[in-house]
Design a protein around this ligand. Structure first.
Ligand SMILES: Nc1ncnc2c1ncn2[C@@H]1O[C@H](COP(=O)(O)OP(=O)(O)OP(=O)(O)O)[C@@H](O)[C@H]1O
Ligand SMILES: [Mg+2]
Length: 442
């Protein structure tokens, strides 16, 4: 079993169970000691009573007429006897008995010393050269009841102790773990892009080194990512100017040289330079997508941005772009506007580039924040679909591209706490491709 355990639950139950067990052991030990002492005290009382009655009984017997039958001591007032006794001669004939005495309890022959029968504790003593025997009996039930009562009274506090200790330990553990829970929440609530140090001041000394190590790790990670990001952004930026210059010079060259094989070569070079320029543009977008600041502090309406981006595409293409947005109602989201624009551009660019030629592209933003970009086209197999978000991953396509578009869209979505879902065929269709992002999730 690898079930997750709660420290609070484990400590509370463990400590309460331990306390209860210790209490039970203490009650058992004190019960045993008490029983021994009680037996000693009652035995001594039994012996003392016998020794007191015996001389009186001897005098009584010697004074009585020998012909009379065994004498039963009449009680002064009617009552139940707690101790009963028999006075017998050496043959076992009864000479005197207490009024409740039952002979079956004492046995046929008189015995001396202590004897325990299943029901009674009996003490026997003899006098007048072993011719007069006294036996006095005390019911064991009485001793058992006394013991039971004492043990019950010792157990009684447990009924209160268990809930009180459970509540107390629960409270104490909860209080002690308070700062650790706050630390956990602080880590849990931060977005994937937030690598700033987590405050560790209030943590207990046992946990603080772990938190410090986590912060060190976060810092290292942040520096490594910053370095990677700034390298990507800088190199892409630095490439822009030389690329633009090279393109301009190439175009001037094209005008100067006559048509022919040389001219064809310049066209190829121009296409390569355009590809490089697109790559540097995508790398800049990727650097932005990986940076912080994908989430803004206040929610803004995303509809105008979407309308603007779609307007840009409409001016550049003849393919119909069917836009559907909520009527006059804003769709508020904390996603950064620029990041949202980059995300939408990449999705629409893909739909135009990889969708069936000339078929309309549907773009919709629902009030619940669901953005959908749908195009017609051949079905993309599920296993290919699962890999398209990877960087520089492209499936079979004739269209030019870098394979970074979906990676950028996915990075923006997850950086803002949303999720990019790809579907093929598109929902409710037999073919096509659909990209879905819920921008309110951020
Ligand atoms: N709307 C779509 N319809 C069909 N296939 C698509 C669609 N969008 C993406 N794909 C497939 O996913 C692959 C990866 O897309 P991605 O946007 O990452 O790269 P790209 O479009 O090829 O290049 P670029 O970096 O210029 O965007 C594409 O090559 C294409 O095969
Ligand atoms: Mg693309």
């Amino acid at each position: 079993m690898t079930g997750k355990t709660s420290l609070q639950r484990q400590l509370s139950l463990g400590l309460t169970l331990g306390l209860t067990l210790l209490w039970l052991v203490a009650v058992t030990a004190s019960g045993l000691v008490m029983q021994r002492e009680l037996d000693k005290a009652l035995d001594s009382a039994l012996e003392e009573t016998a020794q007191r009655i015996l001389p009186l009984a001897v005098v009584e017997i010697l004074n009585q007429d020998s012909a009379t039958s065994p004498q039963r001591i009449a009680s002064l007032q009617p009552h139940d006897e707690y101790l009963t006794y028999l006075i017998r001669d050496e043959t076992g004939a009864i000479l005197l008995r207490s009024h409740d005495a039952d002979q079956t309890v004492f046995g046929e022959q008189p015995r001396t010393g202590f004897v325990t029968t299943p029901t009674h504790r009996i003490y026997g003593a003899a006098a007048v050269s072993n011719t007069v025997h006294i036996e006095i009996a005390e019911p064991l039930a009485h001793r058992h009841t006394a013991m039971l009562q004492a043990v019950m009274e010792l157990l009684l506090p447990l009924a209160l102790l268990i809930p009180v200790s459970l509540a107390g330990v629960w409270w104490l553990v909860r209080r002690s773990l308070r700062n650790i829970v706050a630390y956990r929440d602080a880590i849990e609530s931060r977005g994937a892009g937030d690598l700033s140090p987590v405050p560790t001041a209030a943590l207990p000394t046992e946990i603080e080194p772990i938190a410090a190590a986590v912060n060190q790790l976060l810092e290292k990670l942040r520096r490594a990512l910053d370095a990677e990001r700034s390298f990507t952004a800088n190199s892409a930026h630095e490439l822009r100017t030389p690329l633009a210059t090279a393109l301009a010079q190439l175009q001037r060259l094209q005008r100067e040289i006559p048509a022919g094989p040389l001219q064809d070569k310049t066209v190829q070079i121009e296409a390569s330079l355009h590809g490089l320029s697109r790559l540097s543009e995508k790398l800049m977008q990727l650097a932005k997508a990986e940076g912080a600041g994908l989430v803004s502090a206040t929610a803004q309406d995303m509809v105008p941005t979407l309308v603007f981006v779609v307007g840009e595409f409409r001016r550049a293409t003849k393919v119909p772009l069917l836009l559907s947005v909520p009527d006059g109602r804003p769709v508020l989201s904390c996603m950064d506007q620029d990041a949202f624009a980059i995300l939408v551009r990449n999705l629409i660019d893909n739909a135009l580039k990889h969708g069936a030629a000339g078929k309309p592209v549907e773009i919709s933003l629902a009030t619940d924040g669901t953005l959908r970009v749908i195009n017609a086209g051949a079905i993309v197999p599920a296993d290919t679909l699962a890999q398209l978000r990877g960087r520089f991953v492209r499936s079979n396509t004739d269209a030019s591209g870098t394979g970074l578009g979906l990676a950028i869209a996915d990075t923006i979505a997850s950086g803002a706490g949303a999720q990019l879902t790809l579907q093929s065929p598109a929902t409710g269709r037999a073919d096509g491709f659909e990209a879905i992002v819920n921008i309110i999730a951020s």
